[in-house]
Ligand binder design. Structure first.
Ligand SMILES: Nc1ncnc2c1ncn2[C@@H]1O[C@H](COP(=O)(O)OP(=O)(O)O)[C@@H](O)[C@H]1O
Ligand SMILES: [Mg+2]
Length: 513
Protein backbone atom coordinates (compact mmCIF):
# COMPACT_ATOMS: atom_id res chain seq x y z
CA UNK A 1 0.00 0.00 0.00
CA UNK A 2 0.88 3.66 -0.38
CA UNK A 3 0.36 5.84 2.67
CA UNK A 4 0.20 9.60 3.04
CA UNK A 5 1.59 11.86 5.77
CA UNK A 6 -1.51 11.30 7.94
CA UNK A 7 -1.10 7.50 7.80
CA UNK A 8 -4.07 7.23 5.45
CA UNK A 9 -3.99 4.61 2.73
CA UNK A 10 -3.87 6.16 -0.77
CA UNK A 11 -3.41 2.94 -2.72
CA UNK A 12 -3.55 -0.79 -2.00
CA UNK A 13 -2.86 -3.80 -4.22
CA UNK A 14 -5.23 -6.75 -4.71
CA UNK A 15 -3.31 -9.12 -2.44
CA UNK A 16 -3.73 -6.72 0.45
CA UNK A 17 -7.48 -6.35 -0.23
CA UNK A 18 -7.83 -10.15 -0.40
CA UNK A 19 -5.87 -10.65 2.76
CA UNK A 20 -8.17 -8.36 4.71
CA UNK A 21 -11.27 -9.51 2.80
CA UNK A 22 -12.19 -5.91 1.86
CA UNK A 23 -13.08 -3.97 -1.24
CA UNK A 24 -10.84 -1.14 -2.41
CA UNK A 25 -13.37 1.52 -1.40
CA UNK A 26 -13.37 0.13 2.18
CA UNK A 27 -9.61 0.61 2.43
CA UNK A 28 -8.69 3.81 0.63
CA UNK A 29 -8.69 6.79 2.96
CA UNK A 30 -8.56 4.64 6.14
CA UNK A 31 -5.65 4.67 8.62
CA UNK A 32 -3.05 2.00 7.91
CA UNK A 33 -2.88 0.91 11.62
CA UNK A 34 -6.66 0.50 11.58
CA UNK A 35 -6.60 -1.77 8.53
CA UNK A 36 -3.44 -3.70 9.48
CA UNK A 37 -3.95 -4.16 13.20
CA UNK A 38 -7.43 -2.90 13.99
CA UNK A 39 -5.80 -0.34 16.28
CA UNK A 40 -6.91 3.19 17.06
CA UNK A 41 -3.47 4.76 17.07
CA UNK A 42 -0.20 4.44 15.26
CA UNK A 43 2.04 1.41 15.79
CA UNK A 44 4.62 1.45 18.59
CA UNK A 45 7.50 -0.75 19.58
CA UNK A 46 8.36 -3.26 20.72
CA UNK A 47 6.10 -5.57 18.73
CA UNK A 48 4.98 -3.04 16.13
CA UNK A 49 7.76 -0.62 15.41
CA UNK A 50 6.36 1.81 12.80
CA UNK A 51 8.70 2.03 9.80
CA UNK A 52 6.69 4.77 8.12
CA UNK A 53 7.48 7.40 10.69
CA UNK A 54 11.17 6.67 10.17
CA UNK A 55 10.83 7.21 6.44
CA UNK A 56 9.21 10.59 6.95
CA UNK A 57 11.91 11.54 9.43
CA UNK A 58 14.95 10.37 7.45
CA UNK A 59 13.79 10.29 3.85
CA UNK A 60 15.33 6.82 3.64
CA UNK A 61 13.80 3.34 3.33
CA UNK A 62 13.20 1.45 6.60
CA UNK A 63 12.66 -2.17 7.36
CA UNK A 64 11.04 -4.09 10.23
CA UNK A 65 9.28 -7.34 11.12
CA UNK A 66 5.83 -7.26 12.70
CA UNK A 67 4.39 -10.11 14.71
CA UNK A 68 0.63 -10.34 14.30
CA UNK A 69 -1.24 -12.39 16.86
CA UNK A 70 -4.64 -13.66 15.83
CA UNK A 71 -6.98 -16.49 16.64
CA UNK A 72 -8.00 -19.39 14.48
CA UNK A 73 -10.76 -21.50 16.01
CA UNK A 74 -9.88 -20.36 19.50
CA UNK A 75 -6.14 -21.10 19.13
CA UNK A 76 -3.75 -18.19 19.22
CA UNK A 77 -1.42 -18.09 16.25
CA UNK A 78 1.32 -15.74 15.30
CA UNK A 79 2.16 -14.48 11.83
CA UNK A 80 5.28 -12.58 10.98
CA UNK A 81 5.36 -9.83 8.36
CA UNK A 82 8.51 -8.42 6.87
CA UNK A 83 7.84 -4.75 6.06
CA UNK A 84 9.87 -2.47 3.81
CA UNK A 85 8.78 1.16 3.77
CA UNK A 86 10.28 3.37 1.03
CA UNK A 87 9.81 7.07 0.33
CA UNK A 88 8.04 8.34 -2.78
CA UNK A 89 9.57 11.72 -3.64
CA UNK A 90 8.65 14.66 -5.85
CA UNK A 91 11.06 16.38 -8.23
CA UNK A 92 12.45 18.55 -5.40
CA UNK A 93 13.32 15.39 -3.48
CA UNK A 94 10.60 15.91 -0.90
CA UNK A 95 8.91 12.82 0.48
CA UNK A 96 5.26 12.98 -0.55
CA UNK A 97 4.11 9.47 0.39
CA UNK A 98 5.41 6.14 1.69
CA UNK A 99 5.15 2.88 -0.18
CA UNK A 100 4.87 -0.08 2.18
CA UNK A 101 5.69 -3.59 0.89
CA UNK A 102 4.71 -6.45 3.13
CA UNK A 103 5.75 -10.05 2.87
CA UNK A 104 4.53 -12.93 5.05
CA UNK A 105 7.63 -14.63 6.50
CA UNK A 106 5.87 -16.78 9.10
CA UNK A 107 7.17 -20.07 7.76
CA UNK A 108 10.75 -18.87 7.56
CA UNK A 109 10.43 -17.44 11.06
CA UNK A 110 8.95 -20.65 12.46
CA UNK A 111 11.69 -22.69 10.85
CA UNK A 112 14.25 -20.35 12.30
CA UNK A 113 12.75 -20.80 15.76
CA UNK A 114 12.62 -24.57 15.35
CA UNK A 115 16.29 -24.59 14.39
CA UNK A 116 17.13 -22.40 17.35
CA UNK A 117 15.20 -24.77 19.64
CA UNK A 118 16.92 -27.83 18.15
CA UNK A 119 20.22 -26.07 18.58
CA UNK A 120 19.42 -25.30 22.20
CA UNK A 121 18.53 -28.94 22.85
CA UNK A 122 21.60 -30.28 21.11
CA UNK A 123 23.94 -27.97 22.88
CA UNK A 124 22.24 -28.80 26.18
CA UNK A 125 22.74 -32.49 25.51
CA UNK A 126 26.31 -31.84 24.59
CA UNK A 127 26.91 -29.87 27.77
CA UNK A 128 25.40 -32.62 29.91
CA UNK A 129 27.37 -35.30 28.07
CA UNK A 130 30.53 -33.33 28.75
CA UNK A 131 29.70 -32.82 32.38
CA UNK A 132 28.84 -36.44 33.11
CA UNK A 133 31.86 -37.83 31.31
CA UNK A 134 34.35 -35.68 33.25
CA UNK A 135 34.43 -37.94 36.24
CA UNK A 136 33.66 -41.41 37.53
CA UNK A 137 32.80 -40.17 40.97
CA UNK A 138 29.04 -40.42 41.46
CA UNK A 139 28.54 -37.28 43.55
CA UNK A 140 30.68 -35.15 41.27
CA UNK A 141 28.75 -36.35 38.22
CA UNK A 142 25.37 -35.81 39.80
CA UNK A 143 25.95 -32.39 41.25
CA UNK A 144 27.46 -30.98 38.08
CA UNK A 145 24.72 -32.61 35.97
CA UNK A 146 22.01 -31.13 38.22
CA UNK A 147 23.52 -27.66 38.13
CA UNK A 148 23.81 -27.75 34.35
CA UNK A 149 20.25 -29.05 34.00
CA UNK A 150 18.88 -26.21 36.14
CA UNK A 151 20.86 -23.71 34.13
CA UNK A 152 19.63 -25.11 30.82
CA UNK A 153 16.01 -25.39 31.93
CA UNK A 154 16.09 -22.02 33.72
CA UNK A 155 14.79 -23.52 36.95
CA UNK A 156 16.08 -22.62 40.40
CA UNK A 157 15.35 -25.71 42.48
CA UNK A 158 15.93 -29.36 41.87
CA UNK A 159 17.28 -32.63 43.05
CA UNK A 160 18.42 -36.09 42.13
CA UNK A 161 17.20 -38.91 44.33
CA UNK A 162 18.55 -42.43 44.07
CA UNK A 163 16.94 -45.65 45.09
CA UNK A 164 18.43 -47.05 48.29
CA UNK A 165 18.15 -50.81 47.94
CA UNK A 166 18.77 -51.46 51.61
CA UNK A 167 16.26 -48.99 53.02
CA UNK A 168 13.85 -49.41 50.10
CA UNK A 169 13.60 -45.63 49.84
CA UNK A 170 14.37 -42.87 47.39
CA UNK A 171 16.81 -40.53 49.08
CA UNK A 172 18.35 -37.26 47.95
CA UNK A 173 21.83 -37.68 46.57
CA UNK A 174 22.29 -34.08 45.35
CA UNK A 175 20.03 -31.02 45.48
CA UNK A 176 19.91 -27.33 44.74
CA UNK A 177 17.85 -24.52 46.28
CA UNK A 178 16.45 -26.69 49.07
CA UNK A 179 17.12 -26.66 52.78
CA UNK A 180 19.34 -29.36 54.28
CA UNK A 181 16.61 -30.24 56.82
CA UNK A 182 14.16 -30.92 54.06
CA UNK A 183 16.63 -33.11 52.25
CA UNK A 184 17.43 -35.08 55.39
CA UNK A 185 13.82 -35.49 56.42
CA UNK A 186 12.29 -36.78 53.24
CA UNK A 187 12.52 -40.23 51.73
CA UNK A 188 9.99 -41.72 49.37
CA UNK A 189 8.80 -45.26 49.19
CA UNK A 190 8.02 -46.57 45.75
CA UNK A 191 4.71 -45.04 44.63
CA UNK A 192 4.65 -42.46 47.43
CA UNK A 193 3.95 -38.87 46.38
CA UNK A 194 4.87 -37.59 42.95
CA UNK A 195 8.50 -38.58 43.22
CA UNK A 196 7.65 -42.10 44.36
CA UNK A 197 5.07 -42.36 41.60
CA UNK A 198 7.58 -41.41 38.91
CA UNK A 199 10.03 -43.98 40.29
CA UNK A 200 7.34 -46.65 40.39
CA UNK A 201 5.80 -46.09 36.99
CA UNK A 202 8.93 -44.97 35.18
CA UNK A 203 6.88 -42.17 33.63
CA UNK A 204 7.65 -38.46 33.82
CA UNK A 205 5.21 -36.13 35.59
CA UNK A 206 4.57 -32.42 35.16
CA UNK A 207 2.75 -30.09 37.52
CA UNK A 208 2.07 -26.46 36.80
CA UNK A 209 1.73 -25.74 40.52
CA UNK A 210 2.36 -28.50 43.01
CA UNK A 211 1.38 -26.32 45.98
CA UNK A 212 -2.25 -26.70 44.92
CA UNK A 213 -4.02 -30.05 45.07
CA UNK A 214 -2.92 -33.09 47.04
CA UNK A 215 -0.11 -34.46 44.94
CA UNK A 216 2.71 -34.25 47.38
CA UNK A 217 3.70 -36.78 50.03
CA UNK A 218 5.01 -33.98 52.27
CA UNK A 219 2.72 -31.04 51.44
CA UNK A 220 3.93 -28.86 54.31
CA UNK A 221 7.60 -29.47 53.65
CA UNK A 222 7.09 -28.88 49.94
CA UNK A 223 5.25 -25.62 50.64
CA UNK A 224 8.02 -24.55 53.04
CA UNK A 225 10.56 -25.07 50.27
CA UNK A 226 8.43 -23.04 47.86
CA UNK A 227 8.25 -25.75 45.22
CA UNK A 228 5.58 -24.92 42.65
CA UNK A 229 6.24 -25.49 38.93
CA UNK A 230 7.49 -29.05 38.87
CA UNK A 231 8.88 -31.53 36.31
CA UNK A 232 10.07 -34.94 37.38
CA UNK A 233 11.51 -37.71 35.26
CA UNK A 234 12.88 -41.18 36.07
CA UNK A 235 16.54 -42.13 35.80
CA UNK A 236 16.36 -45.37 33.89
CA UNK A 237 19.18 -47.55 32.71
CA UNK A 238 18.76 -50.95 31.09
CA UNK A 239 15.11 -51.05 32.13
CA UNK A 240 15.95 -50.49 35.78
CA UNK A 241 14.90 -47.36 37.64
CA UNK A 242 17.87 -45.97 39.52
CA UNK A 243 16.14 -42.85 40.84
CA UNK A 244 14.53 -39.62 39.69
CA UNK A 245 15.60 -36.19 38.54
CA UNK A 246 13.33 -33.22 39.11
CA UNK A 247 13.48 -29.52 38.52
CA UNK A 248 11.16 -26.98 40.08
CA UNK A 249 10.52 -23.28 40.20
CA UNK A 250 9.32 -21.11 43.06
CA UNK A 251 6.44 -19.81 40.97
CA UNK A 252 3.80 -21.67 38.99
CA UNK A 253 5.24 -22.67 35.67
CA UNK A 254 3.98 -24.72 32.82
CA UNK A 255 6.83 -26.82 31.47
CA UNK A 256 6.29 -27.45 27.76
CA UNK A 257 6.44 -30.79 26.01
CA UNK A 258 9.73 -29.63 24.49
CA UNK A 259 11.07 -28.99 28.00
CA UNK A 260 9.97 -32.48 28.96
CA UNK A 261 11.64 -34.08 25.95
CA UNK A 262 14.84 -32.31 26.80
CA UNK A 263 14.61 -33.27 30.46
CA UNK A 264 14.05 -36.91 29.51
CA UNK A 265 17.11 -36.96 27.28
CA UNK A 266 19.16 -35.37 30.04
CA UNK A 267 17.86 -37.94 32.51
CA UNK A 268 18.81 -40.73 30.16
CA UNK A 269 22.39 -39.46 30.01
CA UNK A 270 22.59 -39.04 33.74
CA UNK A 271 21.25 -42.55 34.31
CA UNK A 272 23.89 -44.01 32.02
CA UNK A 273 26.58 -42.10 33.88
CA UNK A 274 25.20 -43.29 37.23
CA UNK A 275 25.27 -46.87 36.00
CA UNK A 276 28.87 -46.45 34.82
CA UNK A 277 29.96 -44.85 38.07
CA UNK A 278 28.37 -47.68 40.03
CA UNK A 279 30.12 -50.29 37.91
CA UNK A 280 33.36 -48.43 38.32
CA UNK A 281 32.90 -48.33 42.08
CA UNK A 282 32.20 -52.03 42.12
CA UNK A 283 35.30 -52.79 40.06
CA UNK A 284 37.39 -50.61 42.33
CA UNK A 285 36.03 -52.33 45.38
CA UNK A 286 36.75 -55.76 43.90
CA UNK A 287 40.20 -54.60 42.85
CA UNK A 288 40.88 -53.53 46.43
CA UNK A 289 39.76 -56.89 47.80
CA UNK A 290 41.83 -58.70 45.19
CA UNK A 291 44.90 -56.70 46.22
CA UNK A 292 44.30 -57.52 49.87
CA UNK A 293 43.84 -61.21 49.13
CA UNK A 294 46.93 -61.25 46.98
CA UNK A 295 48.88 -59.57 49.74
CA UNK A 296 47.63 -62.18 52.20
CA UNK A 297 48.65 -64.96 49.85
CA UNK A 298 52.13 -63.52 49.45
CA UNK A 299 52.48 -63.10 53.20
CA UNK A 300 51.28 -66.62 53.91
CA UNK A 301 53.58 -67.96 51.22
CA UNK A 302 56.58 -66.19 52.72
CA UNK A 303 55.66 -67.36 56.19
CA UNK A 304 55.30 -70.94 54.98
CA UNK A 305 58.60 -70.81 53.13
CA UNK A 306 60.28 -69.41 56.19
CA UNK A 307 58.85 -72.24 58.30
CA UNK A 308 59.86 -74.98 55.85
CA UNK A 309 63.32 -73.45 55.43
CA UNK A 310 63.79 -73.33 59.20
CA UNK A 311 62.65 -76.92 59.64
CA UNK A 312 64.83 -78.19 56.83
CA UNK A 313 67.75 -76.28 58.20
CA UNK A 314 67.30 -77.14 61.87
CA UNK A 315 66.24 -80.78 61.59
CA UNK A 316 66.89 -82.36 58.24
CA UNK A 317 70.30 -80.86 57.77
CA UNK A 318 71.27 -81.91 61.32
CA UNK A 319 70.28 -85.46 60.48
CA UNK A 320 72.18 -85.36 57.20
CA UNK A 321 75.23 -83.95 58.95
CA UNK A 322 75.21 -86.71 61.52
CA UNK A 323 74.60 -89.28 58.77
CA UNK A 324 77.76 -88.05 57.04
CA UNK A 325 79.68 -88.22 60.32
CA UNK A 326 78.39 -91.74 61.04
CA UNK A 327 79.38 -92.94 57.59
CA UNK A 328 82.84 -91.55 58.17
CA UNK A 329 83.06 -93.28 61.56
CA UNK A 330 81.79 -96.58 60.15
CA UNK A 331 84.36 -96.44 57.40
CA UNK A 332 87.13 -95.95 59.92
CA UNK A 333 85.91 -98.82 62.04
CA UNK A 334 86.29 -101.31 59.21
CA UNK A 335 89.36 -103.49 59.47
CA UNK A 336 92.19 -102.77 57.02
CA UNK A 337 91.83 -104.48 53.66
CA UNK A 338 88.03 -104.20 53.52
CA UNK A 339 88.40 -102.03 50.47
CA UNK A 340 85.12 -102.74 48.77
CA UNK A 341 82.80 -101.83 51.66
CA UNK A 342 85.11 -98.89 52.38
CA UNK A 343 84.62 -97.58 48.85
CA UNK A 344 80.86 -98.06 49.17
CA UNK A 345 80.80 -96.12 52.44
CA UNK A 346 82.91 -93.37 50.85
CA UNK A 347 80.44 -93.10 47.98
CA UNK A 348 77.51 -92.95 50.41
CA UNK A 349 79.33 -90.24 52.32
CA UNK A 350 79.92 -88.17 49.16
CA UNK A 351 76.28 -88.52 48.26
CA UNK A 352 75.08 -87.41 51.65
CA UNK A 353 77.37 -84.36 51.45
CA UNK A 354 75.92 -83.57 48.06
CA UNK A 355 72.37 -83.89 49.41
CA UNK A 356 73.32 -81.63 52.29
CA UNK A 357 74.70 -79.00 49.91
CA UNK A 358 71.66 -79.24 47.70
CA UNK A 359 69.41 -78.92 50.69
CA UNK A 360 71.22 -75.88 51.98
CA UNK A 361 70.79 -74.25 48.60
CA UNK A 362 67.09 -75.11 48.67
CA UNK A 363 66.77 -73.63 52.13
CA UNK A 364 68.28 -70.44 50.80
CA UNK A 365 66.02 -70.33 47.80
CA UNK A 366 63.02 -70.80 50.01
CA UNK A 367 63.86 -67.96 52.29
CA UNK A 368 67.43 -66.87 52.80
CA UNK A 369 68.07 -66.02 56.44
CA UNK A 370 70.48 -63.59 54.84
CA UNK A 371 67.57 -61.47 53.72
CA UNK A 372 66.20 -61.13 57.23
CA UNK A 373 69.59 -60.84 58.88
CA UNK A 374 71.64 -58.75 56.47
CA UNK A 375 69.13 -57.30 54.06
CA UNK A 376 68.46 -56.99 50.37
CA UNK A 377 71.94 -56.31 49.03
CA UNK A 378 73.50 -59.34 50.75
CA UNK A 379 70.65 -61.57 49.60
CA UNK A 380 70.93 -60.34 46.02
CA UNK A 381 74.70 -60.92 46.04
CA UNK A 382 74.05 -64.46 47.14
CA UNK A 383 71.54 -64.90 44.29
CA UNK A 384 74.07 -63.51 41.81
CA UNK A 385 76.70 -66.05 42.88
CA UNK A 386 74.35 -68.99 43.06
CA UNK A 387 72.35 -68.36 39.90
CA UNK A 388 73.98 -66.21 37.30
CA UNK A 389 77.69 -66.78 38.00
CA UNK A 390 77.09 -70.47 38.56
CA UNK A 391 75.54 -70.57 35.08
CA UNK A 392 78.68 -68.94 33.62
CA UNK A 393 77.21 -65.48 33.17
CA UNK A 394 79.46 -62.47 33.80
CA UNK A 395 77.69 -60.13 36.20
CA UNK A 396 78.25 -56.48 36.86
CA UNK A 397 76.62 -55.33 40.11
CA UNK A 398 76.27 -51.67 40.98
CA UNK A 399 74.89 -50.24 44.21
CA UNK A 400 74.08 -46.52 44.05
CA UNK A 401 72.79 -44.12 46.69
CA UNK A 402 72.77 -44.56 50.45
CA UNK A 403 72.54 -48.31 51.00
CA UNK A 404 70.28 -49.11 53.95
CA UNK A 405 67.71 -51.52 55.34
CA UNK A 406 64.18 -51.12 54.00
CA UNK A 407 60.82 -52.17 55.41
CA UNK A 408 60.74 -56.00 55.48
CA UNK A 409 57.82 -56.32 53.08
CA UNK A 410 59.58 -54.14 50.56
CA UNK A 411 62.83 -56.12 50.85
CA UNK A 412 60.94 -59.37 50.36
CA UNK A 413 59.13 -57.98 47.31
CA UNK A 414 62.34 -56.82 45.66
CA UNK A 415 64.14 -60.05 46.52
CA UNK A 416 61.38 -62.17 44.93
CA UNK A 417 61.27 -59.98 41.84
CA UNK A 418 65.03 -60.16 41.35
CA UNK A 419 64.99 -63.89 42.05
CA UNK A 420 62.44 -64.40 39.26
CA UNK A 421 64.37 -62.13 36.90
CA UNK A 422 67.59 -64.11 37.52
CA UNK A 423 65.84 -67.42 37.17
CA UNK A 424 64.41 -66.26 33.82
CA UNK A 425 67.87 -65.23 32.65
CA UNK A 426 69.39 -68.61 33.49
CA UNK A 427 66.44 -70.56 32.16
CA UNK A 428 65.48 -68.67 29.00
CA UNK A 429 67.93 -65.98 27.96
CA UNK A 430 71.18 -67.79 26.94
CA UNK A 431 72.91 -64.60 28.02
CA UNK A 432 76.67 -64.02 28.43
CA UNK A 433 76.50 -60.85 30.48
CA UNK A 434 74.13 -59.28 32.95
CA UNK A 435 74.03 -55.86 34.62
CA UNK A 436 72.30 -55.41 37.94
CA UNK A 437 71.84 -52.00 39.56
CA UNK A 438 70.24 -51.12 42.87
CA UNK A 439 69.66 -47.45 43.36
CA UNK A 440 68.70 -46.34 46.88
CA UNK A 441 67.14 -42.91 46.55
CA UNK A 442 65.50 -40.74 49.15
CA UNK A 443 61.94 -41.23 48.01
CA UNK A 444 62.16 -44.49 46.11
CA UNK A 445 64.24 -47.50 45.32
CA UNK A 446 65.05 -48.58 41.80
CA UNK A 447 66.23 -51.92 40.51
CA UNK A 448 67.53 -52.48 37.02
CA UNK A 449 68.32 -55.92 35.58
CA UNK A 450 69.64 -56.25 32.07
CA UNK A 451 70.84 -59.26 30.07
CA UNK A 452 72.34 -59.62 26.60
CA UNK A 453 70.44 -62.82 25.85
CA UNK A 454 68.03 -63.66 23.08
CA UNK A 455 65.12 -61.54 24.26
CA UNK A 456 61.44 -62.26 23.76
CA UNK A 457 58.07 -60.78 22.84
CA UNK A 458 56.83 -59.32 26.14
CA UNK A 459 53.21 -58.75 25.04
CA UNK A 460 52.90 -62.32 23.92
CA UNK A 461 54.59 -63.81 26.98
CA UNK A 462 52.34 -61.88 29.36
CA UNK A 463 49.06 -62.46 27.54
CA UNK A 464 49.78 -66.08 26.62
CA UNK A 465 47.06 -68.27 28.13
CA UNK A 466 48.56 -71.74 27.80
CA UNK A 467 51.24 -71.31 30.39
CA UNK A 468 51.98 -74.38 32.42
CA UNK A 469 54.23 -72.75 35.02
CA UNK A 470 54.59 -69.17 34.40
CA UNK A 471 53.08 -66.60 36.60
CA UNK A 472 56.64 -65.40 36.72
CA UNK A 473 56.43 -62.09 34.89
CA UNK A 474 52.86 -61.46 36.00
CA UNK A 475 53.72 -62.32 39.58
CA UNK A 476 56.57 -59.80 39.47
CA UNK A 477 54.19 -57.13 38.28
CA UNK A 478 51.55 -57.95 40.88
CA UNK A 479 54.05 -57.86 43.73
CA UNK A 480 55.47 -54.52 42.63
CA UNK A 481 52.04 -52.96 42.13
CA UNK A 482 50.95 -54.06 45.59
CA UNK A 483 53.76 -51.85 46.86
CA UNK A 484 52.43 -48.99 44.68
CA UNK A 485 55.45 -49.34 42.44
CA UNK A 486 55.94 -49.79 38.72
CA UNK A 487 57.62 -52.52 36.73
CA UNK A 488 58.54 -52.22 33.08
CA UNK A 489 60.01 -54.88 30.85
CA UNK A 490 61.69 -54.03 27.57
CA UNK A 491 62.70 -56.90 25.36
CA UNK A 492 62.78 -57.81 21.71
CA UNK A 493 63.64 -61.16 20.18
CA UNK A 494 67.47 -61.29 19.69
CA UNK A 495 68.05 -58.00 21.54
CA UNK A 496 68.28 -58.94 25.20
CA UNK A 497 65.99 -57.96 28.05
CA UNK A 498 65.81 -55.04 30.48
CA UNK A 499 63.67 -54.85 33.60
CA UNK A 500 63.09 -51.69 35.61
CA UNK A 501 61.41 -51.62 38.97
CA UNK A 502 60.64 -48.51 40.96
CA UNK A 503 58.95 -48.54 44.34
CA UNK A 504 58.20 -45.44 46.38
CA UNK A 505 59.58 -45.35 49.91
CA UNK A 506 57.49 -42.69 51.58
CA UNK A 507 54.57 -45.07 52.13
CA UNK A 508 53.38 -45.74 55.64
CA UNK A 509 55.14 -48.55 57.41
CA UNK A 510 53.63 -51.78 56.12
CA UNK A 511 53.20 -55.00 58.08
CA UNK A 512 55.93 -57.55 57.94
CA UNK A 513 55.73 -60.01 55.06
N1 LIG B 1 65.31 -62.71 30.37
C1 LIG B 1 64.60 -63.39 29.44
N2 LIG B 1 65.17 -63.71 28.25
C2 LIG B 1 64.47 -64.38 27.32
N3 LIG B 1 63.20 -64.80 27.46
C3 LIG B 1 62.58 -64.53 28.62
C4 LIG B 1 63.24 -63.82 29.67
N4 LIG B 1 62.35 -63.67 30.68
C5 LIG B 1 61.22 -64.26 30.28
N5 LIG B 1 61.33 -64.79 29.05
C6 LIG B 1 60.30 -65.45 28.25
O1 LIG B 1 59.03 -65.13 28.82
C7 LIG B 1 58.33 -66.30 29.18
C8 LIG B 1 57.51 -66.04 30.42
O2 LIG B 1 58.34 -65.91 31.56
P1 LIG B 1 57.75 -66.20 32.98
O3 LIG B 1 56.47 -65.45 33.09
O4 LIG B 1 58.78 -65.91 33.98
O5 LIG B 1 57.37 -67.73 32.97
P2 LIG B 1 58.34 -69.00 32.98
O6 LIG B 1 59.69 -68.51 33.38
O7 LIG B 1 57.76 -69.89 34.00
O8 LIG B 1 58.31 -69.55 31.61
C9 LIG B 1 59.39 -67.35 29.32
O9 LIG B 1 58.86 -68.62 29.08
C10 LIG B 1 60.40 -66.93 28.29
O10 LIG B 1 60.02 -67.41 27.01
MG1 LIG C 1 60.02 -67.29 35.02
Amino acid sequence: MVIDRDYRIIQANNTLLKRHGKRRSEVIGRYCYDISHGMAEICRSPRHECPIRLVWETGKPARTTHAHVYEVEGVQRKRYLDIIASPIKDQQDNVIAVCELMRDVTEAKELEMKIAEAHRNLSAMNTIANVVSQSLDLDTILSSALNKTLEIMKANRGGILLWDEEKQLLRYRVYHGLSAEHVQKVGYRSGEGIIGKVAKTGKALLLEDMSTGSHAAYPNLIAAEGLRGFACTPLKSKGKILGVLYIASHEARKFSSDDMLLLNSIAWQIATAVENAKLHQEVQHKEKIRGELLQDIFSIQEEERRRIARELHDETSQILASLTANLEAASEMLPAGENKPKAMLKKAQTLSIKVLDEMNRLVYELRPTLLDDLGLVAAIKWLLDNHLRLAGITVNLKIAGRQRRLPPRLETTLFRVVQEAFSNITRHASAKNADVTLHFKKSDIKVHVKDDGKGFDVEEAISSKDRPRGLGLLGMKERVELMKGTLSIRSRPSFGTEIDVKIPLNQEEVPNG
